[in-house]
Write a protein that binds this ligand. Structure first.
Ligand code: ADP
Ligand code: MG
Length: 441
């Protein structure tokens, strides 16, 4: 194949991957490049470790299928970091082990009155770790951006100095690694890993509650780092004093530096976040729709993201442009004082009810059309209305593998676009399921 032809194929693969999996489509896919296409392998280059991890974790099966559909051959996609892109990008040293999410940067964080102080302290720390606010303790309810900010600080610390060593992990992981170190009789190794870094960033520190031995260990880690002027950043779902069964000496240490709270975002901030999130996915929505979503969803930003995903799911089913009417339809039933996430079980109940089949049939090996169709519709709805992976969805439906699920989603989505009856059925099932979600919540 000539070079320009390969480029065309590659552009089609990217486009197809976006359609197949809109929730994980990102604008920066435009900057991916093709490294090689031969022997059934399509090698794709990306600029940095965070994007590489995202592609491998979230996008592998979508890209494989896209490549297979576009080329008509059994092609397997491989992602890697492309050396020339790396030079233009930010420095990379040692970021690989940090497991940073490519979306969670300062650039993608919307600042408003509810999070201004937390954001400003994170910026200050990333410019001058160890001597501005130490420790920094950020707290607030779930879904308000704490984890996002912690990732952003890690990015910036690494940018500023690629040799900076950071331990960034959830408190649960800290506890688990501590327990494992004890079991393996390697406490010294554990302590060496944590007490020698330039910064320690621990998410959801409330997990220390009632874990006395871990508290003891963390106390010594804290002291060792603090005394050496190393940066400590902690996030929590409540203030230090509200963590139950936490030793007094830790409570007081958590308050030595800056304790800052994140509140639920204002209406204006929510609009800006909706628009930012849509933009990240390479999708534009009108101000009217952003305002509608922001007005309806008030407490948790994760709900905003779920709302956007629903809007796009319905948009993909119907193939219509996103109008306010369509957004309202997509969000009907999902919006309420308490938004309950939709489970695969609810989807299966609605579908088996409609087709009058049993779950056991869907999970069986039977391949007659009367069973295959409802099974595929379940897969499609689970894909568009929940955040379960293809593997998980396949697991619920008799242990099907991810390519089977991807094929089903793709097929139903295409039939839904062509066939008005199918379209009506999918819309109706979606309405039923999302309303069940609300009533049950
Ligand atoms: P928490 O750790 O406080 O529970 P997260 O950091 O996981 O919350 O945030 C939940 C979602 O909301 C993430 O996708 C995050 O990117 C998004 N988010 C939260 N606050 C903001 C903000 N100010 N700007 C942009 N996105 C935000
Ligand atoms: Mg979090």
């Amino acid at each position: 194949m000539a070079g320009s032809q390969i480029e065309d194929v590659f552009a089609d693969v990217i486009e197809r991957a976006r359609v197949l999996d809109p929730a994980n489509a990102r604008r920066w896919f435009d900057h991916l490049c093709i490294l090689q296409l031969n022997n059934g392998r399509l090698q794709i280059g990306c600029p940095d470790e965070a994007k590489l991890r995202f592609l491998r974790d979230k996008c592998q099966s979508g890209f494989n299928l896209a490549a297979q559909q576009v080329t008509g051959h059994l092609v397997v996609v491989e992602f890697s970091i492309e050396a020339s892109q790396r030079r233009q990008a930010r420095p990379q040293t040692g970021r690989a082990d940090l497991k940073l999410h490519p979306d969670y940067t300062f650039e993608n964080f919307v600042v408003g009155p509810s999070n201004r102080l937390a954001h400003a302290s994170c910026i200050a720390i990333s410019q001058s770790p160890g001597d501005t606010y130490n420790p920094l303790f950020i707290y607030g309810n779930s879904g308000l951006g704490k984890t996002h900010l912690l990732h952003a600080v890690c990015y910036e610390l690494k940018d500023r100095d690629g040799d900076t060593t950071i331990q960034f992990l959830s408190c649960e992981e800290f506890v688990n690694r501590f327990i494992r170190a004890i079991e393996e009789g390697n406490l010294a190794g554990f302590q060496g890993q944590f007490r020698s870094v330039d910064a320690i960033v621990i998410d959801d520190i409330q997990f220390l509650s009632e874990r006395e031995q871990s508290q003891e260990e963390f106390f010594h880690t804290f002291n060792a780092l603090y005394n050496n002027g190393k940066q400590i950043i902690l996030s929590c779902d409540r203030s230090p004093a509200e963590i139950s069964s936490l030793e007094e000496r830790l409570i007081s240490r958590f308050s030595w530096g800056l304790v800052t709270r994140i509140d639920p975002p204002s209406y204006e901030t929510r609009i800006a976040i909706v628009q930012k999130k849509a933009h990240l996915r390479g999708l534009e929505i009108s101000d009217e729709i952003a305002e509608y979503i922001a007005r309806k969803l008030q407490t948790n930003i994760r709900e905003l993201e779920g709302a956007l995903t629903s809007v796009y799911a319905v948009m993909n089913t119907t193939g219509e442009p996103v109008t306010l009417e369509l957004a309202k339809k997509a969000l009907a039933g999902q919006i309420g004082p308490e938004i309950k996430s939709i489970s695969i079980t609810e989807i299966i109940e609605a579908v088996t009810g409609h087709f009058d089949v049993r779950l056991a049939d869907l999970q069986s090996k039977r391949r007659s059309q009367s069973i295959t169709l409802p099974r595929q519709i379940c897969m499609y709805l689970a894909r568009s209305l929940t955040r379960h992976s293809l593997e998980e969805i396949g697991g619920h439906l008799g242990g099907r593998d991810h390519t089977t699920v991807m094929h089903a989603c793709n097929k139903i989505s295409e039939v839904g676009r062509r066939d008005t009856e199918m379209h009506a059925l999918l819309t109706e099932l979606t309405r039923q399921i999302t309303q069940v979600g609300r009533v049950g919540g």
